[in-house]
Each structure stands twice: as C-alpha cells, then as structure tokens.
Write a protein that binds this ligand. Structure first.
Ligand SMILES: Cc1cc2nc3c(=O)[nH]c(=O)nc-3n(C[C@H](O)[C@H](O)[C@H](O)COP(=O)(O)OP(=O)(O)OC[C@H]3O[C@@H](n4cnc5c(N)ncnc54)[C@H](O)[C@@H]3O)c2cc1C
Length: 241
C-alpha cells in the first residue's frame, strides 16, 4: 500500500513498530506506533486491541489511541503500571524498534462531530487518552457551547497533557478544565461531588452530553448519577477500564 494508504480496520491483525517512547513519569508511559507508511483510520476515542503473550497464551488488552486521526506520523497509546498487571508489565518491557500485533480500531466511545449542546468530560489519570482526541475533535468541528473537563488523579505527576490542555483554553474560549487531586480511595467520590455541583444541582439544563472514562466501578456510579438526574441514557457516553 502507498504512503497515502490507510490500514484496513477491524479484525485483521496489523503490526506496528515502536518508533518512540516517552515517559510521562516513573509509572506512566506513551508508545508512538508506526504502521509501515500507512495511517490508521479511527475515530477520536477508539482503542486498539494488542496481542500480549502471557505465559503459554496470547491474550489481548485494549489501549485507547491518545492522538487524533488527523495527526501525521505515529499514533500514540499511553498507559500506567498496574499492581500485578502482567499485560501492561509486558508493554513496559518493549523497546524502540520492537513490533506489536494488534486489531482495531474498535469502540463506540467516540465523537465524530461536536454536538450542539454543552459537553461534559470526566477522566482519571491515563483515561485522559481517549478524551484528549475527543476534546480536539469537539474544538475543531466548531463546538460553540461550553466544553468542560473534570480531570482527576491521586498524584500531581499523573495529570498528563497539561500544557496542551492549557493551550486549548487559550485557543477555544469555550473550553475549560479543572484538576481534582484526591487520594485514590476518595477520587471518584470527589468527581461525583463536583459533577453533582456543576451539572446537576446548578441548573435544570438536562441537554448536555457527557464522555466519562476511568477505571473500575466509579465510572458506572458517575454514569448513573447523571442518568438518574435526568440526562438521557444516550447522552452519557462512558468507558470503564
Ligand atoms: C476499551 C479499553 C481501553 C483501555 N485503554 C487503556 C489505556 O489507554 N491505557 C491504560 O493504561 N489502560 C487501558 N485499558 C486497560 C488495559 O486494557 C488493561 O486492562 C490494563 O493495562 C491492565 O492490564 P493487565 O493485564 O496488566 O492487568 P489485569 O490483570 O488485566 O488488570 C488488573 C486490574 O487493573 C485494572 N485496570 C485496568 N486499567 C487500569 C489502569 N490504567 N490503571 C489502574 N488499574 C487498571 C482492571 O480493572 C483490573 O481490575 C483499557 C481498557 C479498556 C476496556
């Protein structure tokens, strides 16, 4: 396929080469993946499914694409260590020049065009990965209503892409974000309180749309908080890792 070509999507296995590695901090890393001159076609928010040898078996693990479909060059995935996590442990051992087999892109947690209504985004730590291209798509497809991100983490170094988020607040006056630094065991409770204050108790507008991404049952609680408060089911997009 020519350099202008796009890779086939879906179930066929593709092989990517690790072009570059960036360590955000000691336990958080990005890999920049290239496909032999081809570009991966995907929607902001989608993920790939990487084949990972675990013992005698090959298992798959999902990783969101942290870059935007329009970006030239390699695409990025971003991940953190997980206690006892063998899949991500294997990924951390990869070196520049190694190859990874994957399928995808997959996923309905995505945004093709900005909706006309206000956009609320909630992300935790590396779960900013799918939210990042979603924000960019919202800004670039001319969202006029407010776009607000609530970004939580337990440690300061776990907030990623801060410079870019700051740039977007300058570029797009309707984009704003806040960081929520809270101990891991209380993080989702804090995210819930802030969500409640900003998007439930503050007014009776229930026409907003939401994209929520994070780890564990807290994501489902946030989803249910919003749906229970009167937002339509399909207006609350979520992805639980
Ligand atoms: C659609 C989708 C997209 C994903 N995208 C990303 C991504 O972009 N970056 C990323 O780091 N992970 C992502 N994940 C999680 C990833 O697929 C793995 O589950 C994770 O790396 C742990 O895998 P493991 O084999 O090392 O550990 P496992 O033994 O499979 O998982 C152990 C536990 O870790 C929890 N967990 C999953 N992800 C995290 C995390 N990031 N931090 C802390 N605990 C976690 C799981 O809920 C599970 O209970 C995604 C998951 C899904 C379903």
């Amino acid at each position: 396929m020519s350099a202008e070509g796009t890779a086939p999507r879906g179930r066929s296995t593709l092989t990517a080469r690790i072009e570059r590695i960036h360590d955000h901090c000691a336990d958080t890393r990005s890999l920049f993946l290239a496909l032999d001159g081809r570009r991966l076609k995907f929607l902001p928010g989608q993920f790939i499914s990487i084949s990972i040898p675990l013992g005698d078996e090959t298992r798959t693990r999902a990783y969101s694409i942290a870059t935007s479909p329009e970006d030239r060059g390699p695409f990025e995935i971003c991940f953190n260590t997980v206690e006892g996590g063998r899949g991500v442990g294997w990924l951390f051992e990869r070196k520049v020049g190694d190859t990874l087999d994957f399928t995808g892109p997959f996923g309905t947690f995505s945004m093709e065009r900005a909706p006309e209504v206000e956009i609320g985004l909630i992300a935790e730590r590396t779960a900013i990965a799918p939210i990042r291209p979603i924000i960019r798509r919202a800004i670039e497809t001319g969202a006029r209503a407010p776009i607000h991100l609530i970004y939580g983490a337990a440690r300061d170094e776990h907030f990623l892409y801060r410079a870019e988020l700051d740039d977007w607040t300058m570029q797009a006056p309707n984009f704003s974000y806040e960081i929520v630094l809270a101990p891991a065991e209380r993080l989702y409770q804090r995210l819930g309180e802030i969500t409640n204050r900003r998007w439930i108790a503050a007014d009776t507008n229930r026409a907003r749309q939401f994209w929520i991404c994070g780890v564990g049952p807290g994501v489902i609680k946030l989803r249910d908080l919003l749906r229970g408060a009167g937002y339509e089911r399909r207006a609350v997009h979520y992805e639980q890792w």
